[in-house]
Design a protein around this ligand. Structure first.
Ligand SMILES: NCc1[nH]cc(CCC(=O)O)c1CC(=O)O
Length: 308
């Protein structure tokens, strides 16, 4: 039986699903891509208007209906609420999680004069860019990566901000003029990671896909998404989070691994940013995320997010 992998039709989606297909084939499991159209492909409206799950609902429906066996999602596009009959059977090793600037003339952010136009529709990016106080003119931006980059090439915009992982996957990482340190721009929870999903009752596929799982990546995205879920915020919320498995040394000089998690909530006009961080056991990722969210809420995160 050939494993049917459902994917969106964009170059990015086909490329990242193609990598999973090739890995399955290499492991001796015949597999093929099936293109599924999603609401996010049919509308150019901002994601905040079309709603959470615009890129993933149609693909999940195809999985429910048995039209496909596996779905490959950009993890950050998935709603935080788990699907009762589906399972994320693998989270492969993460690509670069950082946001990236693509500016004309090879410029970095600090070289853009006040009044420069920067395209992005993600409230999280808008909020954090505004908070830098550089006087940038933020312009709405949607569509596939190719058309976004085209707006810089054509001179319509001075720059755009996109996920670096997307450009790496489609072979255009060389167009990045600055990759933002998370201190400047905290990425979306799970940015740069993939979620490989199948029906939970498909035991054979669950175990085949488990081979593609990367435990440190899974721990990191679990923590980041726990922050988002506990803030009751979706993928369009002005919430950034990044977790990394780091090495620490205990009192006896022994090296051990821990999960380091940072998160930020920002008002869309950039007037307020609340940041916090926590370090804890890798096997406690979700609890760590909830702990950090509770601290952000204590410090007024709900108020800041409402201020949009
Ligand atoms: N919201 C759309 C989306 N979903 C995943 C990626 C990029 C790849 C990734 O983060 O894994 C993008 C584009 C972007 O944010 O620039």
């Amino acid at each position: 039986m050939t494993i049917k992998i459902g994917t969106r039709g964009s170059l990015l989606a086909r490329t990242q699903s193609g990598v999973i297909r090739d890995q399955l084939i290499a492991a001796g499991h015949p597999a093929e891509l099936v293109i599924v159209k999603t609401a996010g492909d049919l509308s150019a409206a901002p994601v905040a208007e079309i709603g959470i799950g615009v890129f993933t609902t149609a693909i999940r429906n195809a999985l429910h209906a048995g039209e496909i066996d596996v779905a490959v999602h950009s993890y950050k596009d998935l709603p935080t609420a788990p699907d009762p009959v589906l399972r994320i059977a693998a989270v492969p090793p993460r690509e670069d999680s950082r946001d990236a600037l693509v500016a004309s003339g090879g410029r970095v952010l600090g070289e853009l004069p006040a009044g420069s136009t920067v395209g992005t529709s993600a409230p999280r990016r808008v909020a954090q860019l505004n908070a830098l106080g550089l006087g940038l003119e933020i312009r709405p931006l949607r569509g596939n990566l190719d058309s976004r980059l085209g707006k810089v090439a054509s001179g319509e915009l001075d720059a755009v901000v996109v996920a670096r992982a997307g450009l790496v996957r489609i072979g255009r990482a060389d167009e990045v003029t600055e990759a933002f340190d998370p201190v400047v721009l905290l990425p979306a929870p799970a940015q740069g990671a993939l979620a490989v999903e199948c029906r939970s009752d498909d035991a054979e596929l669950v175990s085949i896909l488990a081979e593609l799982d990367d435990a440190p990546t899974r721990a990191a995205v679990d923590a980041e998404r726990a922050v988002l879920a506990a803030l009751e915020a979706g993928c369009t919320a002005p919430v950034g989070a990044i977790a990394e498995v780091v090495e620490s040394i205990d009192d006896d000089g022994r090296i051990f691994t821990e999960l380091s998690l940072r998160a930020a909530v920002a008002a869309e006009d950039g007037s307020e940013v609340i940041r916090s961080s926590v370090v804890g056991p890798v096997d406690n990722a979700v609890a760590l995320g909830r702990e950090l969210a509770a601290e952000l809420l204590d410090r007024g995160a709900a108020e800041v997010m409402r201020n949009r």
